[in-house]
Design a protein around this ligand. Structure first.
Ligand code: ADP
Length: 482
């Protein structure tokens, strides 16, 4: 891998300001999903190293919280500048380890950096309240204080943004944070830590533990020193981490699986709806938690929509993400391909029709054809499960009530998308949808200014926005007698 700054390619973990190997020297390979090439052998840590990181985080946090908001803001801003200055290297690194097209990697680095910029600004604006007391001679003062030592466990689909979205508000609030990145994509996390070090983030305030998820996660959740865990990943692992966090009554933010409906009414602008569906479905090869999972289309526009979507999707260029022509890279691993194959086999056995795609791509490896399935229905697995691949099942609905019933017929509640030109209907439906985020006539909803998060089995807590910092702050009320 060729980077302008080879110092960004790290294969050791980052504990208390030092780049460390595992105590027993163990490593694990990180591979390029487009080529199968081993990019690095990265330190595989366990329990003992995690304990040392927790101790360092505790010491570092006390000093960090005693800095002013402005001082923390300046350091975060320097980190933001360092990320932007190294955008191209970070994007190349990400495409190598994750597979997404270089243009998407560049977009993710911008997006990741935007959280650092935003929370650098918010660090200066942590304010409490003073209010009257029911008794005339008393006053109520409310302070906001950092939660303390935090942990972040992050997934492979957004190797940079899922880290900064947690780390930046934690640092802004005065917390230290230990990051356990996904084992498929630790290199982006380590590069971000290297830039944080250069930007002057003190030792122990950000640490990155690579290696065994169960051992590291088990230790982070069991520790009474770690006061908060922020997790992005599957509902299944989120549930486990919630259970593991119960004995120490940790604060939690959980951003879990999704099953987003993408609802297209007869009155929608067909071209915009197709473009929105492509953006919401095939970005990152369908491997995002806010990807359109079920495309629900009204009777009157159904056939036209399926034809237009299939025509557009069949032109998506599949290939190595480093090739500038590529708009869809490989899937992350063989298990992801196997799941996509199973879901398509299940759907077609139950009456779905493959309109385009439906097979592994001729490039081999984990490349898969962008796929559209017509005649999808509620009893298929694609209706219930998070697909996490480039497969768009198109369902049919009759009227508003039917659309809402189908859209909400899932345990998940992360994102939903709605295409209509009727303003009253858009309000009615957006309010009736059981989810945390709605895209109205748009397939792209994520940015640092908006509160990202879900309800139901998609988790709780919000990231980004002016609300995001509250996840890392406690309220303390002081009652004052005059
Ligand atoms: P995905 O399907 O996106 O990989 P997972 O929920 O399996 O989602 O993984 C998300 C993150 O959780 C990854 O960093 C993974 O290493 C971590 N993880 C998986 N299992 C555990 C566990 N038992 N304890 C702690 N972390 C875990």
């Amino acid at each position: 891998m060729k980077l302008a700054d080879s110092g960004l390619l790290k294969n050791r973990a980052f504990i208390d300001g030092a780049w460390v190997a595992a105590d027993d020297g163990a490593t694990f390979p990180v591979t390029d999903p487009a080529t199968g090439e081993v990019l690095a052998n990265v330190a595989s840590l366990g329990v003992a190293e995690t304990r040392r990181a927790i101790a360092a985080a505790e010491t570092a946090q006390r000093k960090w919280q005693s800095k002013s908001g402005k001082e923390r803001a300046n350091i975060l801003r320097a980190w933001y500048d360092a990320i932007i200055a190294n955008l191209e290297d970070l994007a190349i690194l990400m495409t190598h380890e994750q597979g997404k097209p270089l243009a998407e990697s560049r977009g993710e680095i911008q997006y990741a950096a935007s959280f650092v910029e935003w929370f650098a600004e918010e660090a200066k604006r942590i304010t409490g309240d003073v209010s009257h007391h029911p008794q005339a001679d008393k006053r109520i003062i409310v302070l906001k204080q950092p939660v303390g030592v935090c942990a972040a466990i992050t997934p492979w689909n957004f190797p940079a943004a899922m880290i900064t979205r947690k780390v930046a508000p934690a640092l802004a609030a005065g917390c230290s944070i230990i990051v356990k990145p996904a084992s498929q994509t630790p290199l982006s996390a380590l590069a971000l830590a290297a830039l944080a070090e250069r930007a002057g983030v003190p030792h122990g305030v950000i640490q990155v533990l690579t290696g065994n998820a169960r051992m590291i996660g088990g230790e982070l959740t069991a520790s009474p020193v770690v006061r908060k865990l922020s997790f992005t990943g599957s509902t299944e692992i989120g549930r486990t981490l919630m259970e593991q966090s119960a004995p120490t009554i940790k604060r939690l933010s959980l951003e879990l699986g999704g099953n987003a409906p993408f609802i297209v009414f007869d009155d929608a602008d067909l071209h915009n709806a197709v473009e929105g569906a492509v953006a919401a479905k095939y970005r990152n090869s369908g491997q995002t938690c806010v990807c359109a999972n079920r495309i629900l289309v009204q009777d009157g526009i159904y056939d036209a929509f399926v034809d237009a979507l299939a025509a557009r999707v069949s032109k998506l260029q599949v290939g190595n993400g480093l090739d500038p022509q590529t708009v869809q890279g490989p899937l992350i691993d063989e298990a992801a391909v196997a799941k996509v194959e199973e879901l398509i086999a299940d759907a077609t056995a139950l009456g779905a029709r493959v309109v385009t795609g439906g097979k592994p791509h001729a490039l081999g490896g984990t490349f898969y054809q962008p796929t559209v399935l017509a005649n999808a229905s509620a009893h298929m697995r694609v209706a219930r499960e998070e697909i996490f691949g480039p497969v768009a099942p198109v369902f049919r609905f009759h009227d508003e009530a039917d659309a809402i019933t189908q859209a909400n017929d899932t345990e998940f509640g992360l994102a939903a998308y709605l295409y209509t030109r009727d303003i009253s209907r858009s309000w009615r439906i957006a309010e009736a949808l059981e989810c945390g985020m709605v895209g109205l006539n748009t397939g792209l909803i994520s940015n640092e200014v908006a509160p990202f998060g879900g309800i139901k089995h998609s988790g709780f807590g919000r990231e980004g926005s002016r609300y995001g910092i509250d996840e890392y702050l406690e309220l303390k009320y002081i009652c004052t007698q005059l």
